[in-house]
Design a protein around this ligand. Structure first.
Ligand code: GDP
Ligand code: IMO
Ligand code: MG
Length: 429
């Protein structure tokens, strides 16, 4: 195997850590950017040249003309959304269709997935997950179910797929009509629409596992782009309030076929505070004016759904757990600028449950619901740091904050982001 020159970017919390920005800036030192999990539940923002781009499926390296963008087999692809995203970004992402590969193994999202999800979330009422309603969970459920699943590669044989779609819709309609008392879907109409998407995407469908393994042998540098975050990982996150894929670095192997040994350096991304969208426990959440202040200063509204994000103190107890799950080599702290001007500054260093301090991040959802954060106060700073480009120019209090995070997590902070655009970035050796 060739020397490791690949990088993996993974969120260490509940998503929206600004992974998109970091992938965009690191893309220039790589040859391929690879998505390995999730689907268009992701909303990754890239900003440069005074413009902002919101991406959901196409890897965030698309604006670099010499980058190959790969959607791995672990991703669930909504063909309609993918085509819309390609079309929308083509004017800026030149020759995108010639340098985008979609795994033939990737599973697909169809209208019955989003319909089922909407009905299920409504049926759950208060117990809902608060999903993005993009059909992600039902699509991964069909993947596990096998007989009702459709992979991208099946678009290469439309004559077979047409019959399969008919059969699946018949089955799904039984559920819509008999379980939910809802009208079913029109298989023929769906097929007409989706056959056209399949035709348009056909040139991009490829065996991306073979492509990536050969790329490694050829010494090409891969950049893996995680979607969501480790605490939303189906196996290692805060289940059941998680997404339906392996959002931690664990998903990169299964989601691309590239073995863990070849992944290279792993960088875990965190905001300078913590946010969460949707339902589920969030021990450091600030449900007060301070939480509102962080939301406004950080423009914390969902990239995909526009929902206000729940905001709270940096949870280093949860992040330390995520850092260990991912075996990170370094940390990226983003949105550090947002903390400037807060009246107080705290970080969470542990949890108590029933008055007892925990030694490990809880595996039990009930314990996590009950967890009280142990908070440590740090000195806030008033300065606007969005113009800082050299670590030494950060206010002392901000440098102390960064140092404290390094101490607790046990990994060096390699990159600090102080604003949405490419230039607003501090690199450290
Ligand atoms: P992702 O899902 O992890 O890619 O993150 P999102 O794009 O959903 O959310 C991050 C948001 O923060 C986007 O609106 C970015 O433009 C913005 N952003 C990224 N880095 C910074 C930063 O350092 N400071 C500020 N103020 N905003 C940032
Ligand atoms: P990026 O890649 C933040 C959350 C949803 C919900 C839960 C399950 O932009 O960081 P799903 O639709 O996946 O079944 O919803 O996961 N969620 C995200 N939260 N960022 C994301 O992606 C998310 N993708 C899903 O809000 O709580
Ligand atoms: Mg996002």
């Amino acid at each position: 195997m060739k020397p490791k020159s690949s990088t993996l970017i993974v969120g260490l919390t509940w998503g929206d850590e600004a992974k998109g920005k970091i992938v965009d800036i690191l893309a220039r030192d790589h040859d391929c950017v690879v998505r390995y999990n999730g689907g268009n539940n992701a909303g990754h923002t890239v900003a440069f040249g005074g413009e902002t781009y919101k991406l959901h499926l196409v890897p965030s390296g698309l604006f670099h003309e010499n980058i190959t963008c790969v959607i791995g087999g672990g991703v669930v692809v909504d063909p309609k959304v993918l085509l819309e995203e390609i079309t929308k970004n083509e004017p800026k992402a030149l020759h995108l269709r010639q340098r985008l590969l979609v795994s033939s193994r990737a599973h697909t999202i169809w209208p019955w997935h989003s319909k089922l999800e909407a009905l299920s979330e409504k049926h759950q009422g208060k117990g809902k997950i608060g999903t993005t309603l993009r059909g992600i969970g039902p699509a991964y459920a069909d993947k596990a179910n096998r007989v009702t699943a459709i992979r991208m590669g099946e678009f290469l044989r439309p004559e077979h797929l047409e019959k399969k779609v008919q059969r699946i819709v018949e089955q799904k309609n039984q559920v819509f009509e008999k379980v939910f008392g809802e009208p079913g879907l029109d298989a023929a109409a769906i097929w007409r629409e989706y056959a056209a998407y399949g035709e348009a995407l056909r040139p991009m469908i490829a065996d991306t596992t073979a492509y990536l393994l050969n790329a490694i042998d050829d010494g090409r540098r891969l950049l893996f782009e995680g979607a969501q975050g480790t605490l939303l990982d189906i196996d290692h996150g805060t289940y059941p309030y998680v997404t339906s894929s392996n959002a931690s670095a664990c998903g990169a192997w299964t989601g691309t076929g590239v073995p863990a040994r070849a992944l290279g350096q792993i960088l875990g991304v965190v905001k300078a505070y913590t946010t969460r969208v949707g339902e589920g426990p969030f021990p450091t959440e600030l449900k007060d004016a301070l939480g509102d202040q962080i939301r406004e200063q950080g423009h914390e509204y969902g990239t995909t759904t526009g929902r206000p994000r729940r905001c709270g103190w940096l949870d280093t107890f949860a992040i330390r757990y995520a850092a260990r799950i991912n075996s990170i080599d370094g940390i990226v702290i983003t949105l550090l600028d947002v903390l400037g001007g807060l009246p107080e500054l705290k970080i969470c260093t542990g949890y108590t449950v029933g008055g007892r301090a925990l030694t490990d991040f809880p595996d039990d959802p009930l314990a996590l619901e009950q967890a009280q954060p142990i908070l440590e106060s740090l000195t806030p700073w008033k300065e606007d740091v969005s113009g800082v480009r050299d670590y030494r120019d950060l206010p002392l209090a901000a440098r102390r904050y960064v140092k404290r995070v390094e101490e607790i997590i046990g990994a060096p902070v390699r990159i600090i982001s102080v604003g949405p655009s490419r230039e607003q970035t501090i690199f450290r050796q």
